[in-house]
Design a protein around this ligand. Structure first.
Ligand code: ADP
Length: 616
């Protein structure tokens, strides 16, 4: 299909919208849309259930109360660990930073309890200023096989955790990752884009702090199994359930900790210790979600934008709207299908690129293209009218010529009569010739086919010739034509066309003025330009009309009602002529008061010189 102006314009629009769409991901609204869409997709897609490896040993409200409140926490941990020591869990992660010394007794109890756990991960936290890790006391550290950080993504809803945290000197893996590593007795092998532990490759880029999305246990599965300390105390046999499990020991009591975060699933905040367990599950199951690569995002948005644009550019009516619906459906569905396969596609750019382009293309088609079509139709109508007029106009001289020549051939006429008729035939055929010439010129001039002649001529002479030609017309309406101060300037260009232009303004001034009025031609130099104006006291026109009179075939209603014949072509040719001469035409008019048309032309003073105008 051949590309036209409309296609080029809309392509520019489309590219603009693509840029906006891609940028939308970086706006706060775009980010929020991406996050909400992520939560929505996570909830919508339920992965097949799996067997959980983790268990929680929870210090809940009741356990805390019976352990003497927050102050008794270390004793509670010691008690829990002692239960665990007897059942040989696969690994134990203590989700509490035991960084400072409290009372000697509970500290000693905790120390000896920790000692009994062979695969133990202790928790550390990065200080808020990021300068240092707050590590467990050395006396506790010695019993831990590893230390993992307990940070989550700083967001109201927790979707991911950074697997790595580092100060300038030290680096720590996440508690869940360390627990998993110990559970497998393996090493963490790093590369730029992922981590590998016991054959499981975790897609987590170093550049993003090894951020890992947590695949929370879906609602079709029971939550991470948990036993509270209180329950263990009441029924110590239950400790057996921890055998071979990855146990996360921590506080779930709301009164003791603010360590709770919302998740995409839960209506209630989830305790930090459970979030660590869920992260462990994600790693153990290898059910990772990875961000879509940049090229995929760009390609999909480009595809959506092009499809949206094409829908309204190449199709119309119901078919355009159906295709638009198809584009929208894929903009919504594709990210979800990618999600099902573990790829997280940002929703905002897909949404923006499709909606924005669709709405814009539809609006563009509706307002601009349709308007252009209407205008073209009007032009065609006016053109037909004009052609009608032209043929009609031509018929008059033709009839005169035919009639006279017939009379001359058929009858013996007096010498005087014969001479009169021959003169009429001559002048009518000249008139016909001029009309044909003008109409041919219109087309050729606007098609840029006419070569401008390069002549130098006097502005005064130009005015004098045109005024002289206008006088008979003016006299018929008893209109006086005055010429004031035309400076002695030299104009360069096509004299004949320039005469046509000025003559046109003069005849219009006479045509559209009442009897006994005055037409004035003035001139003055304005910098390197000559301003030639033709002012009348005629019917004038309003501002809206002045903007339209240079359109081909346009005539004001006043002109139509005046009874003066016209085609509405003259001024469009005048404008074409002056712009081809690097000049301009201006008009000032008021309804009922008159009009003033001014030609602004490049000029130079003194005697005529060599032509300098080059064809444009
Ligand atoms: P035409 O005179 O053949 O209709 P033109 O292109 O010369 O075509 O002019 C276009 C229209 O501009 C005219 O039909 C008329 O409505 C308006 N116009 C031009 N000159 C004047 C004028 N001096 N006073 C009032 N209206 C004018």
């Amino acid at each position: 299909m051949k590309l036209n102006r409309q296609h080029v314009e809309s392509t520019a629009l489309v590219l603009g919208f693509l840029a906006v769409a891609l940028a939308s991901s970086w706006t706060s609204l775009g980010m929020q849309i991406d996050k909400d869409a992520y939560d929505w997709m996570l909830r919508l897609y339920e992965p097949p259930p799996w067997k959980t490896e983790t268990m929680l040993l929870a210090i809940d409200e009741q356990s805390l109360q019976t352990s003497g409140g927050v102050r008794g926490l270390r004793t509670a941990f010691a008690e829990g660990l002692t239960f665990l020591a007897k059942t040989s869990p696969r690994v134990v992660a203590l989700d509490a930073t035991v960084a400072d010394t409290t009372d000697p007794e509970p500290d000693a109890a905790l120390g000896s309890a920790l000692r009994q756990i062979p695969r133990l991960v202790l928790a550390c936290e990065l200080l808020p200023d990021g300068s240092e890790f707050e590590d467990p006391l050395t006396r506790f550290q010695q019993w831990g096989a590893a230390i993992g950080h307990v940070h989550a993504d700083a967001d109201a809803v927790n979707r991911a955790i950074p697997l790595e945290k580092a100060t300038g000197k030290k680096r720590r893996w996440a508690l869940a990752l360390e627990a998993f590593r110990l559970s497998r007795n393996a090493q963490i092998v790093e590369s730029l884009n992922d981590l590998e532990v016991a054959g499981i490759v975790i897609p987590a880029r170093r550049a993003d702090s090894r951020r890992m999305w947590i695949r929370y246990l879906p609602p079709n599965m029971p939550a991470v199994p948990r036993i509270s300390l209180k329950q263990l105390r009441d029924n110590p046999a239950r400790a057996g359930e921890f055998r071979d499990k990855a146990v996360f020991l921590g506080v779930t009591a709301q009164t003791a900790t603010r360590d709770r975060l919302m998740t995409p699933y839960s209506g209630l905040p989830m305790a930090g210790v459970e979030i660590h367990a869920q992260a462990y599950e994600t790693i153990a199951q290898g059910r990772f979600l990875t961000p879509a690569p940049g090229w995929m995002e760009l390609a999909f948005c480009l595809l959506l934008t092009i499809a949206s644009w094409a829908a309204f550019t190449f199709l119309t009516g119901a078919r355009a709207y159906l295709s638009a619906a198809g584009v929208l459906a894929s903009a919504h569905a594709v990210p979800y299908f990618l999600f099902r396969n573990g790829t997280v596609f940002p929703y905002a750019p897909a949404l923006t690129s499709s909606w924005l382009t669709l709405v814009a293309s539809a609006a563009y088609q509706h307002f601009i293209v349709r308007r252009r079509m209407v205008r073209a139709e009007l032009d065609r109508g006016r053109y037909q009218q004009a052609m009608h007029f032209v043929t009609h106009e031509m018929r008059t001289p033709l009839t005169a010529i035919q009639g006279s020549s017939e009379l001359m051939g058929r009858y013996a006429l007096t010498e005087e009569k014969r001479k009169q008729m021959a003169q009429m035939i001559n002048s009518e055929s000249k008139r016909l010739g001029r009309m044909i010439e003008i109409f041919l010129n219109v087309e050729r001039l606007s098609a840029g086919e006419i070569e401008l002649k390069q002549e130098s001529f006097s502005a005064r002479e130009l005015v004098a010739i045109c005024v002289e030609r206008t006088l008979p017309l003016a006299e018929r309406k008893q209109i006086s034509v005055a010429v004031e101060n035309i400076p002695d300037e030299t104009l360069t260009g096509d004299r004949e066309l320039m005469e046509y232009a000025l003559y046109n303004l003069l005849t219009n001034a006479v045509k559209y003025s009442g009897a006994h009025t005055r037409v004035t031609v003035r001139g003055h130099r304005d910098g390197d330009r000559l301003r030639l104006s033709v002012e009348d006291q005629g019917i004038g026109m309003d501002e809206k009309e002045t903007r339209k009179i240079f359109q081909k075939f346009y005539r004001t209603s006043g002109a139509e009602q005046s009874g003066e014949t016209g085609t509405g072509i003259g001024l469009s040719i005048v404008e074409e002529i002056v712009t081809r001469h690097r000049g301009a035409i201006e008009v000032a008019s008021r309804p009922g008061e008159g009009s003033c048309f001014t030609l602004v032309l490049p000029a130079h003073s003194a005697a005529p010189q060599d032509a300098t105008l080059t064809n444009s």
